[in-house]
Design a protein. Structure first.
Length: 285
């Protein structure tokens, strides 16, 4: 969910990225389905609703008020990555072409979003150390959006919520002190503990290979000088092998950590791919 400053300034919305996550579909396919839907609703071609065209012509009064687009970031090549934002009517219209289980998951999520906005936040008085002259819904929406987009682990979610509580004068003791999650380590640490030769080639060989396998992806953010900072993030598929923690170097980045007990399986996939494509010898030349 996001609050969009183009056509959807005050309504609850759901992003195409979140719809993809809930339905198990590729984000590119969901964006294609949305363009096809908009073309059927308003006429014209699906290409007319490409994000870059939409953002260029957003002043057009004919544009649908329940549909918007936004720049999500840039990829490793510096190319823009977009996503769509839909209101409830458009989301449910899109779902008519999806299977029952996918529709059910998204509808459940909509009910959660609407309940969160319609129910006043009532923190127990013993947890509040100062009056709250604000509606916390906006901050919570940002936190939820960040957790979904970055696929944060439960530990990182608790850390983020604790920071939010501290900033707003709320005692965070009602949050769990820890989450019972499997042991994780950085991939460099795991490889070096095994005295594996790949431990010396993580940046040049291992991470790019995991990206090819669909386990890792590059995300980006703007630095203080508007320079692009890139960082690794475990994909939806990659989350079976680890979790995304908040980076100790910058809280706006993630650091992939890998489950110790699942690492042998991942290593076997990694070694097979590197051997089949002769990646190690190629990168060492």
């Amino acid at each position: 969910m996001a609050s969009q400053n183009h056509s959807l300034p005050s309504s609850v919305t759901m992003t195409s990225r979140e719809i993809a996550e809930l339905t198990g579909k590729q984000h590119g396919h969901v964006m294609r389905d949305i363009r096809n839907m908009m073309a059927q609703l308003h006429g014209g071609k699906s290409e007319d609703f490409l994000p870059e065209k939409y953002l260029k012509n957003q002043g057009d009064p004919a544009l649908d008020a329940g549909f918007s687009a936004a720049l999500f970031g840039v990829n490793n090549a510096g190319q823009p990555i977009y996503e769509y934002l839909l209101n409830k009517d458009h989301t449910l219209t899109l779902l008519t072409g999806y299977d029952v289980k996918a529709r059910f998951k998204v509808i459940q999520r909509w009910q959660e979003l609407e309940a969160a906005l319609s129910t006043p936040s009532q923190a127990p008085s013993q947890y509040v150390t100062s009056a709250l002259p604000y509606a916390p819904a906006f901050e919570i929406q940002i936190a939820e959006s960040a957790a979904r987009i970055l696929r944060m682990s439960d530990t990182s979610k608790i850390r983020m919520l604790t920071t939010l509580c501290d900033a707003k004068g709320i005692n965070p003791n009602f949050l769990p002190a820890y989450v019972d999650e499997p042991l994780v380590k950085a991939i460099t640490t795991l490889l070096k503990e095994m005295d594996h030769p790949l431990g010396h080639h993580v940046a040049r060989v291992v991470n790019p290979t995991l990206e090819k396998l669909g386990i890792l992806e590059h995300l980006s953010r703007k630095g203080r000088g508007n320079e692009i900072k890139r960082f690794w993030n475990l994909t939806a598929e990659g989350l079976q092998y680890g979790r995304n923690e908040t980076s100790p170097n910058n809280p706006r980045e993630t650091q992939p950590l890998f489950f110790v007990d699942r690492f042998p399986e991942l290593l076997q996939r990694l070694e097979t791919f590197i051997t089949d494509h002769a990646l190690l010898s190629t990168n060492l030349q």
